[in-house]
Ligand binder design. Sequence first.
Ligand code: GAR
Length: 201
Amino acid sequence: MIRIAVLVSGRGSNLQAIIDSIENKYLHAQISVVISDIGDAYALERARKHGINAVHIDPGKFASKASYEAEVLKTLNSHNVQLVLLAGYMKILGKTLLTAYKDRILNIHPALLPAFPGLHAQEQAFKHGVKVAGCTVHFVDEELDGGPIILQKCVEVKEDDTAQTLADRILEQEHKIYPEAIKLFAENKLRIEGRKVKIIK
Ligand code: GAR
């Protein structure tokens, strides 16, 4: 069973979707640890409610990104983590984690990448006037929201949408495609070939 760590910063609804997918046996995986850079992130509470080890590592207590990430890495190693999932984790990853977990870090982003990387992607898309929005699960590399794409899901923009109603419908899809992508990884069905991710049937 693959050992997973989930890195979070906020409410943790994607974390919840992953927990639910494990509990209902869709995903054959174990969340070994949840790590938050924010002490009062609701995601930590969600993890603890399910008996999952949840820790706050405060970046403010470290002199540099490298030393903060070294502490995160120590925690990952102590749990023999095989796959790292970013789920609403709002820090940009540095070399320490990217090197140690090369091709073993996934992220969910609330836009159809490469459109609208960065913060508030749903609002960026809505304000831009797109007719189709969506979400993306991708491997994480040194480029912000730029790694090879695993799965995407489209969400149609309705005439009466607000940025919030659109974001809510995108989130529903996030909760579906993240567990799907994790399952593919766990079953060793993903092959990175340059920019492309081949999915083995
Ligand atoms: C999600 O919409 C996720 O896609 C987004 O933050 C939200 C976290 O919600 N991530 C990013 O924007 C990363 N660039 P959650 O804490 O309820 O899962």
